[in-house]
Design a protein around this ligand. Structure first.
Ligand SMILES: C[S@@+](CC[C@H](N)C(=O)[O-])C[C@H]1O[C@@H](n2cnc3c(N)ncnc32)[C@H](O)[C@@H]1O
Length: 545
């Protein structure tokens, strides 16, 4: 996210870096937040990676850490609104570093309960220390003007008239790029709920945990202070505390995972598969492994929540499975994926069975990638299913390996399949997408996304969906999932591919999520932050004829 401001001395008010005092920084929370906002603005840093590192390195904990987080993330989320107010209150364009400090001050004045004198005083102190005395004077004057009105009073002044430009109004009022507001309005089928959705995007998401069945339980997570979640039988909300300190999470028996992410994976396992009933599952875009972790546990242990859907009790698919092997990687020319890297065995606990003859090795010890994908035979467990988890990026495949226990993990390009066609019973295809459904998680993401990227992603999404439909056997099922509600990544992709191929039909995904309402008119299921408290995850279930 590059600075859009003037690069000269304007807004610096005569101060300069050469005059920056060398005194140690006071107010560690505001300094850390300022550093994060600067790094995001200046060098496209990721706030969710940088902030925890700064907090750790600087020993910032407890209330200071919470304040730094709210300051940095809140400022980044709202900067579209704050920039409009800053522009109205400044007689010149501020330098990028001065503008970032103003954004930080504006957030405290307009959205936090920091008393105005403290919001102005601490920001001015920070600017004096970090930028210079002249800039501090300028910031003092601008922040006083900003603090003279509330956010509700500023919006009608700085945002377009809602009667003339409703999208532009919402964009400024709720701090989202205009094109994203349009995308949300189209996906919601009208304007009624858009403000609620944008508002939900600006709120910090609840930390949601998943207890992987057979490995942990919601009761175990409750013992660590979590409370059972609204929909997923494996989910619990953690209102406070560090999830990394929970034993089950440290041991990868549980994890942090959005509830909609859990539910789309669960829905795939609930669809009765027609025909031979051998259970081999594929997660074709598995990294970093959230859905693969849950699928791997359900594949091995069954859906222990035992919810009955569509006349078939969950868990019976596992019981119906036979231990027949299926050759998934094409050593005889059946598959095109040359040189797929295969990791077999349990990443976390190291107790997964050697599942394949990988040609140059049978089992991954200590996380080493073994073998080449020439003739890998993967067997479903007797009485269970087996997950093959694939990602094109080796480091992401490694994360999947660490997250799963019994899955076979393959580094391969899903568009160049390293497996024979028609061998899988269920395929999870969680495609790379714009991520517009998870904007609340990455505060700066909304300013980085580019509408031009959607067309390129669309081509890849169609190619991957083609391969997924090729990979599944007749009677088997593919879950097409995006973490974006953008119609061009969801319904349009599915509609195009189905119309072109004619060998698959769309099931009503809502039938497999009976515990969740408000998923739309079907046949797909669309989750929403403002309705469900989850990411805006999309699910289409496709049965191969
Ligand atoms: C949305 S993420 C998947 C998230 C994952 N399912 C989870 O729940 O943790 C998309 C993944 O697709 C992978 N990917 C992108 N292009 C791919 C391809 N051609 N073949 C396989 N994986 C691909 C990316 O590396 C990324 O890890």
């Amino acid at each position: 996210m590059k600075s859009r401001g003037h690069q000269g001395d304007a807004g610096r008010g005569g101060g300069s870096r050469s005059q920056r005092p060398r005194r140690p920084a006071r107010d560690p929370a505001r300094n850390a937040a300022f550093d994060v906002v600067r790094a995001v603005d200046e060098r496209d840093a990721y706030a969710n990676l940088l902030l925890p590192r700064l907090l750790r390195e600087r020993g910032i904990r407890g209330r200071d850490a919470a304040l730094a987080t709210e300051l940095a993330y809140g400022t980044l989320r709202g900067l579209g609104t704050y920039d409009a107010v800053i522009e109205t209150c400044s007689d010149r364009a501020p330098d990028p570093d001065v503008r970032d400090a103003l954004r930080l001050g504006a957030h405290q004045l307009l959205r936090m309960r920091v008393p105005p004198h403290a919001a102005v005083g601490t920001t001015v102190d920070l600017v004096r220390l970090r930028i210079g005395a002249g800039a501090a004077k300028f910031v003092n004057a601008v922040l006083r003007k900003i603090g003279s009105r509330t956010l509700e009073e500023w919006v009608p002044i700085v945002a377009p008239d809602p009667a003339e430009d409703p999208v532009g109004h919402l964009a400024v009022a709720y701090g989202h790029p205009r094109w994203i507001v349009s995308v949300f309005r189209d996906a919601l089928g009208g304007s009624d709920e858009v403000a609620d959705l944008l508002d939900a995007d600006n709120a910090r998401p609840l930390v949601t945990l998943v207890a992987r069945p057979g490995r942990s339980s919601v009761a175990e997570l409750e013992d660590s202070g979590a409370i059972p979640a609204r929909y997923s039988p494996y989910a619990a909300y953690l209102r406070e505390g560090d999830p990394g300190q929970i034993g089950a999470i440290a041991e990868t028996r549980a994890a942090v995972q959005d509830e909609a992410s859990q539910l789309v994976a669960l829905a795939l396992t609930r669809v009765p598969v027609e025909g031979k009933g051998e259970e081999l599952w594929l997660d074709m875009c598995a990294g970093p492994g959230g859905k693969a972790g849950l699928l791997d546990a359900i594949a091995t242990h069954g859906d222990l929540a035992g919810l009955a859907t569509a006349g078939k009790s969950a868990g019976t698919h596992a019981a119906a499975a036979h231990g027949k092997g299926a050759q998934v990687a094409g050593g005889d020319g059946a598959g095109r994926g040359e040189g797929a890297q295969v990791m077999v065995g349990g990443g976390a606990a190291g107790h997964g069975e050697a599942a394949g003859d990988a040609g140059t090795g049978g089992r991954g010890d200590g996380g080493a990638a073994v073998g080449r994908g020439d003739g890998v035979v993967v067997e479903a467990f007797a009485g269970g299913a087996r997950l093959v988890a694939v990602d094109v990026q080796p480091h992401r495949a490694r994360l999947v390996w660490q997250t799963t226990r019994d899955a076979v993990v393959v580094t391969a390009d899903g568009t160049e399949p390293a497996w024979r066609p028609g061998v899988f019973d269920r395929v999870m295809l969680d495609v790379p997408c714009t991520g517009l459904g998870a904007l609340r998680r990455r505060p700066e993401a909304r300013w980085r996304r580019d509408p031009a990227g959607v067309a390129e992603l669309g081509k890849l999404q169609r190619r991957l969906l083609d391969t997924a439909l090729d990979a599944v056997r007749p009677g088997g099922v593919v879950a097409y999932v995006t973490c974006s509600p953008h119609l061009a990544e969801t319904r349009v992709v599915v509609g195009d591919v189905l119309a072109r191929r004619g060998d698959a039909e769309q099931l009503d995904a809502r039938d497999y999520l009976p515990e969740v309402g408000g998923l739309g008119e079907g046949p797909h299921a669309q989750f929403w932050p403002h309705r469900h408290g989850t990411d805006a995850m999309f699910l289409a279930l496709l049965r191969k004829r």
